[in-house]
Design a protein around this ligand. Structure first.
Ligand SMILES: [Zn+2]
Length: 465
């Protein structure tokens, strides 16, 4: 057994050595130190960079941050050459398992291998685009995280939600059209989506999600645009069912994220104790006030406001989806002015379902839209410290990563660090944006301007030195 494990470990090291550099093993009682010198530091919250600073990493944590030199004679030194050092980015709403091209195709023609292989590639894509943490908003259990954290595969820190919890005919109902209520489906067998009917189902499947490795629960409270059975205005789930989800999450010290579009849905969710509103397109100042009272967050995929949305094939070719998209666009047009008028902490979310190549483009485009709508500083906060706060909502004993904070550069935080060519507060494109969505050219595996990617103290990319 021991011999086999050694061989496996060697194999993994050989496979990973192409991308993992600087992993020299230090003596066991002396954790490895890496010292970044000559860097302008964006700490995740402040608009002003610390110019010409230094950051010392010890093991997997940040040990010191200074505007001056740091004395660390044993450290491996990386001269930042005046580049910007930022926290690793945080995606707060992805679906790494869902490869598309449609929900019905995944329901009828995909096995666990298809999902797992796709998710493995997605995880690597996200890390190489600068995301050191990803929260998964439904369809994934604990296996991918275990493989990433054991460094069997390359990927970000990972917060899965287990199966989507949703009502019959709601946004998590991926069953075939003639499938009777409650019948087993591909998605239910793999615990990727579960139909809940009543609080007992919420208890049963909610607890099962945590058993399967979820770090928070996802409740489908509104409908969608590119989905089969559900109007986007749907008010799915009784107040008792949503409260039951919150109760189960609280048993695990964690929280519920709710897919909510319509104002009534959002208010109901917040009053039930939901901590993150997903999409939240009907956001207004009254919602903002309640969110602040409740200490809640919003994450919104800004591609929903893209004027080209009505031209995408999944919408254009399906009359019911096109009609839904038109009414949704009309209702959602106040989101951006309202968010500027009554801002709340907003997480970065892409919500891509599809091929790795398509999602790579969509992630870059979502970065671009953040800057277009909210400017570089707000976008950087969204990409870093807000995501860190959202990740921490999973609590002291369910959160897999409790040694340090995420999304910030400060003493004691996790060593999740990027080095960027240039200042993103002046030229946001250095974070790896793409200004085209459909019809865009394929994206590189990793943007040239992201010169170094460190996660948990391990360097996954280094083109600096
Ligand atoms: Zn989603």
């Amino acid at each position: 057994m021991i011999a086999r494990r050694t061989i496996l470990t060697r194999l993994v090291l050989v496979v990973c050595s192409a991308i993992i550099t600087g992993t020299a093993v230090a003596a066991e009682d002396e954790p490895r130190q890496v010292l970044f010198t000559n860097v302008n530091i964006f700490n995740g919250t402040d608009e002003k960079l610390t110019e010409g600073g230094s950051v010392l990493v010890e093991g997997n944590l940040i040990k010191a941050v200074s505007a001056d030199a740091i004395e660390a004679p044993a450290a491996e030194v990386i001269d930042g050459g005046g580049r910007t050092l930022t926290p690793g980015f945080i995606e707060t709403h992805a679906h790494l398992m869902l490869m598309g091209p449609s929900l019905s195709a995944m329901e009828s023609g995909a096995t666990w291998e298809d999902f797992g292989i796709h998710a493995t590639r997605m995880a690597e894509m996200y890390l190489m685009q600068g995301f050191t943490t990803v929260r998964d908003a439904g369809g994934a259990n604990g296996g991918l995280r275990r493989a990433i954290d054991a460094r069997q595969i390359v990927g970000p820190r990972y917060y899965p939600s287990g199966a989507f919890l949703g009502t019959r005919g709601g946004h998590a109902d991926f069953a075939a059209y003639t499938s009777p209520p409650g019948e087993s489906t591909n998605f239910s067998r793999l615990n990727m989506a579960q139909e809940v009917s009543g609080v007992d189902d919420v208890y049963k499947y909610g607890r099962n999600n945590f058993r399967m490795g979820a770090t928070q629960l996802k409740f489908m409270q509104s409908g969608g645009v590119v989905s089969a059975f559900d109007p986007w205005q749907l008010l799915a789930g009784s107040q008792e069912e949503i409260e039951a989800a919150v109760q189960v999450a609280n048993e695990y010290g964690s929280y519920v994220m709710a897919h909510s579009y319509r104002k009534e849905a959002i208010m109901n969710a917040l009053n039930a104790g939901v901590k993150t509103i997903e999409h939240g397109f009907s956001f207004d100042c009254e919602i903002s006030k309640l969110m602040k009272e409740k200490g809640a967050y919003i994450t919104t995929n800004l591609t929903a406001f893209d004027p080209g949305l009505l031209d995408i094939p999944a919408v254009k070719n399906q009359p019911s989806s096109l009609a839904k998209a038109k009414s949704a666009s009309a209702t959602f047009e106040n989101y951006i002015p309202n968010m500027k008028k009554c801002p709340v902490p907003r997480g970065f979310q892409t919500d891509c379902v599809g091929s790795v190549e398509a999602c790579n483009i969509q992630v870059a485009y979502e970065k671009h839209l953040n800057n277009e709508f909210f400017g570089p500083y707000q976008s950087m906060v969204t990409l870093t410290s807000v995501g860190g706060e959202i990740a921490a909502l999973s609590g002291d004993f369910t959160n897999p990563y409790t040694e340090g904070k995420l999304g910030v550069i400060e003493e004691g935080a996790y060593a999740d660090i990027l080095l960027l060519d240039g200042n993103p507060l002046e030229d946001f494109s250095v974070v790896g944006t793409g200004d085209q969505w459909f019809g865009a050219d394929p994206r590189p595996e990793s943007p040239d301007t992201i010169r170094m990617i460190m996660k948990d103290g391990v360097i996954y990319k280094n083109t600096v030195n």
